[in-house]
Design a protein. Structure first.
Length: 419
């Protein structure tokens, strides 16, 4: 059954990939989300890859994923009547999120001040690359620019090599998620005073917030983290964290202390049972191998770390991820398979919790498996269960039911290119 957490609330979604997730989150929570698109469809319907390699809006996987649960209307914002339709919809909405260039909607009468004058309850979120003030407010945007300006890109890649771009464009997903949270925060005071407000989401700041492991370093230690690739720690005391196996990779952290030290001992014992490893590995006091030791490693220590990592790599190459993980659970070793998408789709834990949702897509003649909600609520389930809409699929329905327009008027608007 659909969620009813936000049942009765309406959100207008005027975003591209900078905010598509925001409307999706509201749809998952039960709000009516109306995606306002130009007559030719939103740019998010032309982001590859495409299902079955059919390059049309109905097979765009980005659109299929992030517009699920939404309704779609078309409105030509270059036309007076198209803009008037959006303003009328905003007058009947509780939330609105947009990601147009700064100042554009203000210039055509769809900015916050104009819409709030008609609907003081409206919570209006603008997703911007660098905010709406300061010297960078008019800078252009691209996913790689946001990751670079936000600092995270500096940490992506290997030591001594240039920084790497984030594997898949996702800065907009962070911004969309933060916009959804911010609008719900603004909803709380509205419940008290009945007034909405404007929210400005700064994409650069969203990425800075992903640096929670790095932010304190300059202030507390006078230095900063750097690219380490598959290693953990500084160059003088780094340890390998990702190893190859028969069918992929395994993540393991070799460390000491009461907890991690026992994990390291269990791994060494497992290798020993299979005739792998040196005697020094079994004899070493791994419990006392705590972080303070890494600050004064000797040449002997470095040789031992290299020997251990080479041995572990040779050992893991003889097994699959599934075999290694099973032994890790049995022996209480801190390790995890590096799951690819196929692994996630077949994950036993997710299946046991009924995580996946089957969504019929009549537009393409098949049913697709969708990720379900990240959390389960005892009385109010969350998660959209309807497919992504076709471009303008709900134009007639929304303009009739919300604005009271008749079929003849809709045909006139369509003929004029306004919808």
């Amino acid at each position: 059954m659909p969620s009813e957490l936000l049942k009765g609330f309406r959100l207008l979604d005027l975003t591209d990939e900078k905010g598509a997730l925001c409307g999706k989150m509201f749809a998952d929570l039960g709000a009516e989300v109306i995606k306002v698109e130009p007559p030719g469809g939103c740019s998010t319907r032309r982001i590859p890859p495409y299902l079955d390699d059919i390059a049309d809006p109905e097979h765009c996987l980005y659109s299929i994923a992030y517009h699920a649960g939404k309704k779609s209307v078309t409105a030509n914002l270059a036309a007076d009547e198209g803009r008037a339709l959006v303003a009328d919809l905003a007058a009947h909405s509780d939330f609105m999120v947009e990601s147009y260039p700064l100042g554009h909607l203000d210039s055509i009468g769809l900015g916050y001040d104009a819409l709030a004058a008609r609907n003081p309850r409206l919570i209006y979120a603008s997703i911007t690359p660098f905010g709406d003030t300061g010297p960078g407010k008019d800078y252009n945007w691209a996913d790689i620019v946001t990751w670079a300006a936000g600092g995270m890109m500096y940490l992506m890649g290997e030591e001594g090599k240039p920084p790497l771009q984030m594997s898949l464009p996702q800065a907009g997903l962070h911004a969309g998620g933060e916009a959804a949270v911010a609008m719900m925060l603004a909803h709380y005071p509205r419940q008290l005073d009945g007034l909405g407000q404007r929210i400005v989401v700064n994409m650069q700041a969203c990425i800075v917030w992903t640096l929670m492991n790095e932010q304190a370093m300059p202030f507390l230690h006078g230095n900063h983290l750097s690219r380490t690739g598959i290693f953990s720690g500084s160059a003088d005391a780094r340890r390998k964290m990702v190893y190859e196996c028969k069918d992929g990779h395994i993540s393991i952290l070799i460390a000491g202390g009461t907890t991690f030290g026992n994990s390291t001992k269990a791994l060494i014992q497992w290798m020993h049972e299979n005739g792998v490893g040196s005697e020094w590995m079994r004899a070493k006091d791994w419990i006392s191998w705590v972080p303070g030791v890494f600050m004064k490693l000797t040449e002997q220590d470095h040789r031992e770390i290299a020997d251990l990592e080479t041995t572990i790599q040779r050992f893991l190459l003889t097994m699959t991820k599934r075999e290694i993980y099973a032994q890790g659970l049995k022996r209480r070793i801190f390790l995890a398979p590096v799951a690819n998408v196929a692994d996630v789709a077949a994950d036993e834990q997710l299946q046991a919790r009924d995580f996946w949702t089957q969504v019929p897509h009549d537009t393409i003649g098949r049913t697709l498996k969708f990720p379900g909600p990240f959390a389960k609520l005892t009385a109010t389930p969350i998660g959209s269960i309807t497919r992504a809409p076709r471009v303008g699929e709900h134009s007639n329905q929304i303009y009739r039911s919300v604005l009271g327009l008749e079929t003849e008027r809709l045909n006139e608007l369509r003929a004029a290119g306004s919808i």
